[in-house]
Ligand binder design. Structure first.
Ligand code: GLY
Length: 363
């Protein structure tokens, strides 16, 4: 087999950058082609590392998410040591307060203990769960650190370059057509998130999320009112160490419709204040939106494709930031060492291939 040296990664979000770093560390000559760096979902994400709080069912996806969460401490240190930039990893734990008492299992926190655990919760909270191993990373700081690490390692970075077509012949990608002309390499990796269907017939569609942030006043910074994530029903509240509090997120089938809307912002503010009333008085700092890459079964698409020299790493839906370290590791091993980890086996594009016998079972 011809050894791979030159690799083009299409997509400059957290997944594309993290794969670029792993492959560059292995010795590859890597180019990342990014259409619009700021539009990548990683810039919009709250950065929760929440396989348990998201209540992902037991199985391959939970295994993948927990493995990635467990990589975070060491991996974020590695990214910081290469880039010199702190990605803002914080194993702060996630508290999941509930407004209705529907649970009777052993982990359920009774009202007295949940209000003791976190002061300032709404009096309507009747209990909840505590997930100490979950946490967060400051997604914008992470993307910045990944970009700096790529620069330091000599990854070639092409921003504002749009790949318009992946040209294929004889079971291989021959070249890319881009806004800057043709480009070619020995191997290609697709990491274009919500935009993937513009280049390949794979079922990845945008699911819009609106977000906002408030800021704790300077006088209270030494004594932040929240030191853990609150993961409520249809709302999450993510305090950063610098006093910012990120509030998210809507989940809308709105295509790539830009902008925040009054209805979206109202939903966030109403749900957030209902959970943690003192937020009502904090100054709004920013509102923004992003596009999650959603697949029909809400699982990522990762691994080989129908073209021998094209690897897929897309469709991470609500878990792109969480799954960044494991995706980078699994995809780098697959491309560079031709080693397919068993963790990849449930995330093949073939589950959506009409020629696959199992498709009706999987969709
Ligand atoms: N990971 C949370 C969200 O996508 O809203």
């Amino acid at each position: 087999m011809q050894s791979i040296h030159e690799i083009i990664i299409i997509g400059g979000g957290s997944i594309g950058l993290a794969i670029a770093i792993e492959l560059r560390l292995l010795g590859a000559d890597v180019t990342v082609v990014s259409h619009n760096f700021k539009a990548a979902a990683g810039h919009a994400a709250a950065g929760m590392l929440a396989p348990q709080a998201e209540q992902i069912s037991a199985g391959a996806m939970l295994d993948l998410c927990v493995a990635s969460r467990d990589l975070y401490p060491e991996w974020s240190e590695k990214i910081e040591s290469i880039s010199g930039a702190d990605p803002g990893y914080w194993q702060c734990g996630i508290l999941a307060p509930r407004l209705t008492h529907t649970h009777t299992d052993a982990d359920w926190l009774e009202p007295r203990s949940i209000h003791h655990h976190q002061s300032g919760l709404s009096e309507s909270i009747v209990g909840g769960y505590w997930y100490p191993a979950d946490g967060q990373v400051d997604s914008r700081a992470l993307v910045r650190a990944l970009w700096c690490a790529c620069q330091f390692l000599g990854v070639k970075w092409l921003d504002a370059v749009k790949v318009t077509s992946i040209c294929r012949s004889g079971g291989r990608v021959t070249h890319l057509e881009t806004s800057e002309g043709e480009m070619s390499a020995q191997h290609y990796i697709l990491a274009t998130g919500a935009w993937s269907q513009q280049l390949l017939p794979i079922p990845v569609v945008p699911r819009k999320g609106q977000m906002l942030s408030v800021m704790v006043p300077e006088a209270q910074l030494a004594n932040l009112p929240l030191q853990q994530v609150l993961f409520g029903e249809e709302i999450y509240i993510v305090p950063r160490r610098d006093g910012r509090i990120v509030i998210g997120a809507t989940s809308e089938d709105a295509g790539f419709a830009p902008h925040n809307t009054p209805a979206g912002v109202e939903q966030l503010m109403t749900n957030a204040i209902r959970l943690f009333p003192q937020l009502r008085d904090l100054p709004i700092q920013e509102t923004w939106w992003g596009f999650r890459p959603a697949t029909p079964d809400e699982l990522p698409i990762m691994g080989t494709s129908s073209e021998a020299n094209l690897t897929l790493a897309t469709g991470h839906y609500r878990n792109g930031i969480l799954l960044t370290p494991i995706t980078a590791k699994l995809i780098a091993d697959l491309v560079w060492h031709q080693q397919a980890d068993r963790l990849l086996s449930d995330f093949s594009w073939q589950r959506f291939d009409p020629r696959s016998a199992s498709i009706s079972d999987r969709l």
